[in-house]
Design a protein around this ligand. Structure first.
Ligand code: ATP
Ligand code: MG
Length: 297
Protein backbone atom coordinates (compact mmCIF):
# COMPACT_ATOMS: atom_id res chain seq x y z
CA UNK A 1 0.00 0.00 0.00
CA UNK A 2 1.38 3.40 -0.93
CA UNK A 3 -0.52 5.45 1.59
CA UNK A 4 -3.11 5.23 4.32
CA UNK A 5 -4.22 8.85 4.20
CA UNK A 6 -3.46 11.46 1.61
CA UNK A 7 -4.68 15.03 1.47
CA UNK A 8 -4.29 17.37 -1.47
CA UNK A 9 -4.44 21.08 -0.67
CA UNK A 10 -7.10 20.35 1.92
CA UNK A 11 -8.68 23.59 3.11
CA UNK A 12 -11.33 24.49 5.66
CA UNK A 13 -12.53 28.05 5.96
CA UNK A 14 -14.46 29.33 8.96
CA UNK A 15 -15.81 32.89 8.94
CA UNK A 16 -13.67 33.77 5.92
CA UNK A 17 -10.48 32.52 7.60
CA UNK A 18 -8.62 29.43 6.40
CA UNK A 19 -8.26 27.33 9.54
CA UNK A 20 -6.81 24.43 7.54
CA UNK A 21 -4.91 25.97 4.68
CA UNK A 22 -3.96 23.91 1.60
CA UNK A 23 -2.61 20.98 3.59
CA UNK A 24 -0.99 18.31 1.42
CA UNK A 25 0.30 15.32 3.32
CA UNK A 26 0.70 11.59 3.02
CA UNK A 27 0.74 9.04 5.78
CA UNK A 28 2.40 5.73 5.03
CA UNK A 29 1.33 2.34 6.32
CA UNK A 30 2.74 1.51 9.75
CA UNK A 31 3.64 5.10 10.55
CA UNK A 32 2.96 6.70 13.88
CA UNK A 33 2.41 10.16 12.52
CA UNK A 34 2.70 12.92 15.11
CA UNK A 35 0.62 15.97 14.20
CA UNK A 36 2.01 18.88 16.13
CA UNK A 37 0.80 22.43 16.49
CA UNK A 38 -0.10 25.15 18.97
CA UNK A 39 -3.61 25.67 20.36
CA UNK A 40 -5.81 26.78 17.51
CA UNK A 41 -3.34 25.70 14.80
CA UNK A 42 -6.05 23.64 13.08
CA UNK A 43 -5.30 20.07 14.22
CA UNK A 44 -8.81 19.14 15.33
CA UNK A 45 -10.37 20.85 12.32
CA UNK A 46 -8.06 18.89 10.00
CA UNK A 47 -9.05 15.65 11.74
CA UNK A 48 -12.75 16.49 11.72
CA UNK A 49 -12.52 17.24 8.02
CA UNK A 50 -10.89 13.95 7.02
CA UNK A 51 -13.40 12.09 9.17
CA UNK A 52 -16.28 13.73 7.34
CA UNK A 53 -17.54 15.58 10.42
CA UNK A 54 -17.25 18.85 8.59
CA UNK A 55 -17.11 19.56 4.86
CA UNK A 56 -13.85 20.73 3.30
CA UNK A 57 -13.93 24.17 1.71
CA UNK A 58 -11.38 23.06 -0.85
CA UNK A 59 -8.94 20.35 -1.81
CA UNK A 60 -9.43 16.63 -1.40
CA UNK A 61 -8.46 13.61 0.64
CA UNK A 62 -8.52 9.86 0.28
CA UNK A 63 -7.57 6.75 2.21
CA UNK A 64 -5.79 3.49 1.38
CA UNK A 65 -4.57 4.30 -2.13
CA UNK A 66 -7.60 6.12 -3.40
CA UNK A 67 -10.61 5.09 -1.30
CA UNK A 68 -13.32 7.58 -0.47
CA UNK A 69 -14.17 8.04 3.20
CA UNK A 70 -17.50 6.26 2.81
CA UNK A 71 -15.77 3.12 1.61
CA UNK A 72 -12.80 3.39 3.98
CA UNK A 73 -14.83 4.29 7.07
CA UNK A 74 -14.86 0.82 8.60
CA UNK A 75 -11.09 0.63 8.41
CA UNK A 76 -10.71 3.84 10.41
CA UNK A 77 -11.07 4.20 14.18
CA UNK A 78 -11.00 7.61 15.81
CA UNK A 79 -11.01 9.50 19.05
CA UNK A 80 -11.53 13.23 18.92
CA UNK A 81 -10.84 15.25 22.05
CA UNK A 82 -12.93 13.64 24.81
CA UNK A 83 -14.70 10.39 23.98
CA UNK A 84 -18.47 10.20 23.57
CA UNK A 85 -19.44 7.60 26.17
CA UNK A 86 -22.74 6.50 27.64
CA UNK A 87 -22.24 7.61 31.20
CA UNK A 88 -24.62 5.13 32.76
CA UNK A 89 -23.11 2.12 31.06
CA UNK A 90 -20.11 -0.01 31.93
CA UNK A 91 -17.01 -0.27 29.74
CA UNK A 92 -18.27 -3.53 28.24
CA UNK A 93 -21.75 -2.14 27.58
CA UNK A 94 -20.31 0.93 25.89
CA UNK A 95 -18.12 -1.22 23.66
CA UNK A 96 -20.89 -3.69 22.84
CA UNK A 97 -23.33 -0.94 22.00
CA UNK A 98 -20.81 0.59 19.65
CA UNK A 99 -20.26 -2.81 18.01
CA UNK A 100 -23.98 -3.01 17.36
CA UNK A 101 -24.04 0.52 15.98
CA UNK A 102 -21.23 -0.32 13.57
CA UNK A 103 -22.60 -3.77 12.75
CA UNK A 104 -19.43 -5.39 14.02
CA UNK A 105 -19.08 -8.73 15.79
CA UNK A 106 -18.94 -8.40 19.60
CA UNK A 107 -16.43 -11.20 19.95
CA UNK A 108 -13.51 -8.74 20.03
CA UNK A 109 -14.85 -6.84 23.03
CA UNK A 110 -12.97 -9.04 25.49
CA UNK A 111 -9.74 -8.57 23.62
CA UNK A 112 -10.26 -4.81 23.49
CA UNK A 113 -11.02 -4.67 27.23
CA UNK A 114 -7.78 -6.50 27.72
CA UNK A 115 -5.77 -4.14 25.52
CA UNK A 116 -7.18 -1.02 27.20
CA UNK A 117 -6.78 -2.58 30.65
CA UNK A 118 -10.42 -2.16 31.65
CA UNK A 119 -11.20 -5.85 32.03
CA UNK A 120 -11.59 -5.61 35.77
CA UNK A 121 -13.95 -2.63 35.92
CA UNK A 122 -17.03 -4.92 36.06
CA UNK A 123 -20.16 -3.01 36.96
CA UNK A 124 -18.52 0.37 37.32
CA UNK A 125 -20.22 2.91 35.11
CA UNK A 126 -18.38 5.21 32.73
CA UNK A 127 -19.46 8.27 34.73
CA UNK A 128 -17.46 6.93 37.69
CA UNK A 129 -14.29 6.34 35.64
CA UNK A 130 -11.16 8.37 36.14
CA UNK A 131 -10.06 10.59 33.27
CA UNK A 132 -7.45 8.04 32.21
CA UNK A 133 -10.01 5.22 32.23
CA UNK A 134 -12.40 7.30 30.13
CA UNK A 135 -9.63 8.07 27.70
CA UNK A 136 -8.66 4.40 27.44
CA UNK A 137 -12.28 3.45 26.87
CA UNK A 138 -12.42 6.09 24.15
CA UNK A 139 -9.44 4.45 22.49
CA UNK A 140 -11.16 1.09 22.97
CA UNK A 141 -14.15 2.44 21.02
CA UNK A 142 -11.74 3.50 18.28
CA UNK A 143 -10.38 -0.06 18.15
CA UNK A 144 -13.77 -1.63 17.42
CA UNK A 145 -13.85 -3.25 14.01
CA UNK A 146 -10.08 -3.79 14.08
CA UNK A 147 -9.31 -0.65 12.05
CA UNK A 148 -6.20 -0.24 9.90
CA UNK A 149 -5.88 3.44 10.75
CA UNK A 150 -6.33 5.00 14.16
CA UNK A 151 -6.84 8.74 14.34
CA UNK A 152 -6.36 10.05 17.86
CA UNK A 153 -6.80 13.72 18.69
CA UNK A 154 -4.88 14.59 21.86
CA UNK A 155 -5.32 11.16 23.45
CA UNK A 156 -3.14 11.95 26.46
CA UNK A 157 -4.62 15.32 27.39
CA UNK A 158 -5.18 15.54 31.12
CA UNK A 159 -3.58 12.19 31.95
CA UNK A 160 -1.09 11.59 34.73
CA UNK A 161 2.37 10.15 33.94
CA UNK A 162 1.17 6.56 34.45
CA UNK A 163 -1.83 7.14 32.20
CA UNK A 164 0.46 8.61 29.57
CA UNK A 165 2.74 5.56 29.70
CA UNK A 166 -0.28 3.26 29.29
CA UNK A 167 -1.50 5.10 26.22
CA UNK A 168 2.02 5.10 24.80
CA UNK A 169 2.24 1.33 25.24
CA UNK A 170 -1.15 0.91 23.68
CA UNK A 171 -0.14 2.92 20.63
CA UNK A 172 3.09 0.95 20.26
CA UNK A 173 1.08 -2.26 20.54
CA UNK A 174 -1.10 -1.03 17.68
CA UNK A 175 1.99 -0.36 15.61
CA UNK A 176 3.24 -3.88 16.36
CA UNK A 177 -0.04 -5.16 15.01
CA UNK A 178 0.66 -3.36 11.76
CA UNK A 179 -1.73 -0.46 12.31
CA UNK A 180 -1.11 3.11 11.30
CA UNK A 181 -1.64 5.78 13.93
CA UNK A 182 -2.24 9.47 13.35
CA UNK A 183 -1.92 11.28 16.65
CA UNK A 184 -2.18 14.95 17.43
CA UNK A 185 -0.56 16.23 20.58
CA UNK A 186 1.11 19.18 22.28
CA UNK A 187 3.29 16.81 24.25
CA UNK A 188 6.40 16.92 22.13
CA UNK A 189 8.53 14.92 24.52
CA UNK A 190 5.89 12.21 24.58
CA UNK A 191 5.46 12.12 20.81
CA UNK A 192 9.20 11.87 20.42
CA UNK A 193 9.10 8.50 22.14
CA UNK A 194 6.73 6.95 19.61
CA UNK A 195 6.39 8.94 16.39
CA UNK A 196 8.04 7.73 13.21
CA UNK A 197 7.13 10.90 11.34
CA UNK A 198 5.90 14.38 12.20
CA UNK A 199 3.80 17.01 10.53
CA UNK A 200 4.00 20.48 12.03
CA UNK A 201 0.99 22.73 11.51
CA UNK A 202 1.01 26.49 12.15
CA UNK A 203 -1.99 28.74 11.44
CA UNK A 204 -3.55 26.01 9.32
CA UNK A 205 -0.51 25.44 7.14
CA UNK A 206 1.64 22.36 7.15
CA UNK A 207 4.98 24.07 7.70
CA UNK A 208 7.11 20.95 7.80
CA UNK A 209 7.14 17.18 7.59
CA UNK A 210 10.08 15.38 9.09
CA UNK A 211 10.91 11.76 9.88
CA UNK A 212 11.98 10.69 13.35
CA UNK A 213 15.38 9.78 11.89
CA UNK A 214 15.87 13.23 10.38
CA UNK A 215 14.81 14.89 13.61
CA UNK A 216 17.23 12.76 15.57
CA UNK A 217 20.06 13.72 13.25
CA UNK A 218 19.31 17.39 13.72
CA UNK A 219 19.01 17.04 17.48
CA UNK A 220 21.94 14.82 18.29
CA UNK A 221 24.04 17.11 16.14
CA UNK A 222 24.20 19.66 18.96
CA UNK A 223 26.54 19.38 21.89
CA UNK A 224 26.81 21.46 25.04
CA UNK A 225 30.26 21.91 26.56
CA UNK A 226 30.20 23.23 30.10
CA UNK A 227 33.20 25.32 30.96
CA UNK A 228 34.32 28.03 33.37
CA UNK A 229 35.26 30.37 30.53
CA UNK A 230 32.59 30.20 27.81
CA UNK A 231 33.80 33.39 26.19
CA UNK A 232 37.29 32.09 25.59
CA UNK A 233 35.96 28.63 24.69
CA UNK A 234 33.77 30.20 22.00
CA UNK A 235 36.75 32.08 20.58
CA UNK A 236 39.02 29.02 20.58
CA UNK A 237 36.40 26.69 19.06
CA UNK A 238 35.41 29.17 16.38
CA UNK A 239 39.03 29.72 15.39
CA UNK A 240 39.72 25.99 15.43
CA UNK A 241 36.62 24.95 13.46
CA UNK A 242 36.60 28.04 11.24
CA UNK A 243 32.99 28.78 12.06
CA UNK A 244 31.08 31.54 13.80
CA UNK A 245 28.18 29.33 14.92
CA UNK A 246 29.14 28.71 18.54
CA UNK A 247 26.45 29.83 20.99
CA UNK A 248 27.75 31.21 24.24
CA UNK A 249 25.77 30.53 27.42
CA UNK A 250 26.32 31.51 31.07
CA UNK A 251 28.53 28.54 31.88
CA UNK A 252 28.59 26.68 28.59
CA UNK A 253 28.93 26.83 24.83
CA UNK A 254 26.71 24.95 22.37
CA UNK A 255 28.02 23.80 19.03
CA UNK A 256 26.43 22.16 16.00
CA UNK A 257 28.43 18.98 16.20
CA UNK A 258 27.58 15.48 17.36
CA UNK A 259 28.91 14.32 20.69
CA UNK A 260 31.05 11.60 19.08
CA UNK A 261 33.12 14.17 17.19
CA UNK A 262 34.01 16.27 20.20
CA UNK A 263 37.13 14.43 21.45
CA UNK A 264 39.71 16.36 19.49
CA UNK A 265 38.04 19.64 20.37
CA UNK A 266 38.28 18.99 24.10
CA UNK A 267 42.02 18.34 23.68
CA UNK A 268 42.31 21.69 21.96
CA UNK A 269 40.42 23.42 24.79
CA UNK A 270 42.64 21.69 27.32
CA UNK A 271 45.85 22.87 25.65
CA UNK A 272 44.44 26.40 25.61
CA UNK A 273 44.01 26.17 29.37
CA UNK A 274 40.21 25.96 29.34
CA UNK A 275 38.61 23.61 31.87
CA UNK A 276 35.84 21.40 30.48
CA UNK A 277 33.39 20.50 33.25
CA UNK A 278 31.04 18.38 31.24
CA UNK A 279 29.91 17.44 27.76
CA UNK A 280 26.38 16.42 26.82
CA UNK A 281 23.88 16.20 24.01
CA UNK A 282 21.54 19.14 23.72
CA UNK A 283 18.42 17.27 24.82
CA UNK A 284 16.11 20.23 24.44
CA UNK A 285 16.89 20.66 20.82
CA UNK A 286 13.93 18.60 19.52
CA UNK A 287 11.54 20.65 21.60
CA UNK A 288 13.19 23.90 20.52
CA UNK A 289 13.08 22.78 16.92
CA UNK A 290 9.33 22.11 17.11
CA UNK A 291 8.57 25.30 18.96
CA UNK A 292 10.38 27.39 16.35
CA UNK A 293 8.52 25.66 13.54
CA UNK A 294 5.20 25.92 15.36
CA UNK A 295 5.79 29.66 15.64
CA UNK A 296 6.25 29.61 11.87
CA UNK A 297 10.02 30.34 12.08
N1 ATP B 1 -16.97 25.35 14.13
C1 ATP B 1 -16.13 26.39 14.08
N2 ATP B 1 -16.53 27.63 13.74
C2 ATP B 1 -15.66 28.66 13.67
N3 ATP B 1 -14.35 28.56 13.95
C3 ATP B 1 -13.88 27.36 14.31
C4 ATP B 1 -14.73 26.21 14.39
N4 ATP B 1 -13.97 25.14 14.75
C5 ATP B 1 -12.72 25.61 14.90
N5 ATP B 1 -12.66 26.93 14.63
C6 ATP B 1 -11.45 27.76 14.68
O1 ATP B 1 -10.44 27.11 13.96
C7 ATP B 1 -9.18 27.36 14.54
C8 ATP B 1 -8.46 26.02 14.73
O2 ATP B 1 -9.12 25.28 15.73
P1 ATP B 1 -8.78 23.78 16.05
O3 ATP B 1 -9.69 23.33 17.09
O4 ATP B 1 -8.75 23.02 14.76
O5 ATP B 1 -7.29 23.92 16.57
P2 ATP B 1 -6.38 22.84 17.32
O6 ATP B 1 -5.07 22.86 16.63
O7 ATP B 1 -7.10 21.55 17.43
O8 ATP B 1 -6.22 23.50 18.76
P3 ATP B 1 -6.07 22.82 20.22
O9 ATP B 1 -4.65 22.46 20.33
O10 ATP B 1 -6.45 23.92 21.14
O11 ATP B 1 -7.00 21.64 20.28
C9 ATP B 1 -9.43 28.13 15.81
O12 ATP B 1 -9.17 29.48 15.58
C10 ATP B 1 -10.90 27.89 16.08
O13 ATP B 1 -11.47 28.98 16.73
MG1 MG C 1 -7.71 20.39 19.03
Amino acid sequence: MEYVLETQELTKIYDGMPVVDSVTLRIGQGDIYGFVGKNGAGKTTFIRTVLGLTKPSGGSFSFFDGMELQQAGKKIGSLIESPALYRNMTARQNLELYCTALGVDKKYVDEILDIIKLKDTGKKKAKDFSLGMKQRLGIGMALIGDPELLILDEPINGLDPMGIVEIRELILEMKNRGKTVFISSHFLGELEKIATRYGIIASGRLVEEISAGELKKICTARTIIRTDDPQKAKRVIEAHLKTDAVEEGKDSVTINMPLEDIGELTNKLFTEGITVKGISNDDNSAEEYFIKRMEGK
